[in-house]
Design a protein around this ligand. Sequence first.
Ligand code: FES
Length: 490
Amino acid sequence: MSHLLGLARAARLIGVSRAALQQRIKDGNLHAFDGMITTEELLKAYPDLTLEDSGVFERTLKIKEEAFGRRVRERSLPPKEVLAERVFEQSRELGDVKLHLQRYHALVTGLQSEVRDLMERSGPSAREALRHLDGWVEGELRRVLGETEEPDSLALMDDMLRVMSAHVTLRPSQHDFLVEGADSILEAGLKAGLALNYGCSTGNCGLCKARVISGQVMKIRHFDYVFTEAERQQGYTLMCCHSPVDDVTLETLEAGSAQDIPTQQITARVKAVQALDADMRLLHLQTPRSSRLRFLAGQSLTLGLAGAGTAEFVIASCPCDDRNLQFHVERGQGGAFGKMVFDGLRVGDSVSLYGPWGDYLLDDESQRALLFIAFGRGFGPVKSMVEHALAREASERIDLAWAAAPGGHYMVNQCRYWADALDNFRYRSYELLAPDRPAMDRFAARIAEDYPDFANHAVYLAGPSDYLTVARESLAEAGLPPQRMHAIAC
Ligand code: FES
């Protein structure tokens, strides 16, 4: 008997991205019913599937983990209380199924004895028909009870997965994700690249409140926030302090645009300053545990340092790791603050954060293939958006074109790593030409040649503003519709 699976769970089981499954559904190669897929359909669409193939998924997961920092890397089993509740829930489900089966069996054997009674009391022609019916029921019962069907391996894996993880669906967006390990609902939602509403992450502010529509959640962390009687009665929970016991549906707010993200002021500490090359530094700041930065991929922050003033930088890390913030700072960029990054900033120093700013954001609902074009240090914001796109599984295809001065592809290993590990990711490097029209026309012609279908992509450009202005004109001339171009100056 086939088993129904949600998209996130089906993708997890067979080791492909959700975007890949969505594409198959769109192409008519996989049938979904109300957002659900049967294990039978899944095996039909992937006939060569072996369960070991889930290694592909593990590789993708590893990339996300390495990209998203230590907090995200701390994967473990769910807390034992949550595990016990999940096993209990599954046992209860199994008990219900068993009871139903016993009742059906009693119904069929009762029917059979009714038929036999009727046979005794009927005339010859009806008796013949009833004998035939009795023989059929007897034969079917023997067949059904004696037959040992091949177990549905995907369904078995899914039962196992349901103990290790739980599926969350959000309303009204219908976004969904899995909660694994010791994560709270909030942590898992952020890792899935969703812009959930939250504040402190520690159970004090109440901003991560969500209404439980179906399913059960369990407290995994202490919280001080006090629910009103009305909130309690309506089934509100705090996403930062709870984990799902079984598959749950929650009603909650998500940011739909930059306007939904509040301006925040936080004091962070310098975690590391690392030389990426002679002229580029990676500045790693860490916020306090109870004061994380809520932002969207592609946004920037104003950083301030006592004695060195302030400067604005685009964030180069994923919003799914809201404590560990990275910036790529080029020599000569950011005035006195930038100078301090190269000469004087020490681990542990306090840096004030103010923001976030900017509304050139990744449209992760568009489902178009993504083409990121970075000019020099524009790789910083592109890295944030690529990591976010990977977390969201936003696109079936991600292309990255990075134009830099000779020796200036300062994180080329990161790009190669993505390209080696992900089937849907391609990376090409280019030489950085002058930001003038003839040079950018040549560059746009190369892009049009290397990505023949680029007019159908959503294209994100990032780099110094003198490059962006000219590149937009040249790319439009080469056939890219201007409404598909988004640009982030940095
Ligand atoms: S984010 Fe503040 S209570 Fe959950």
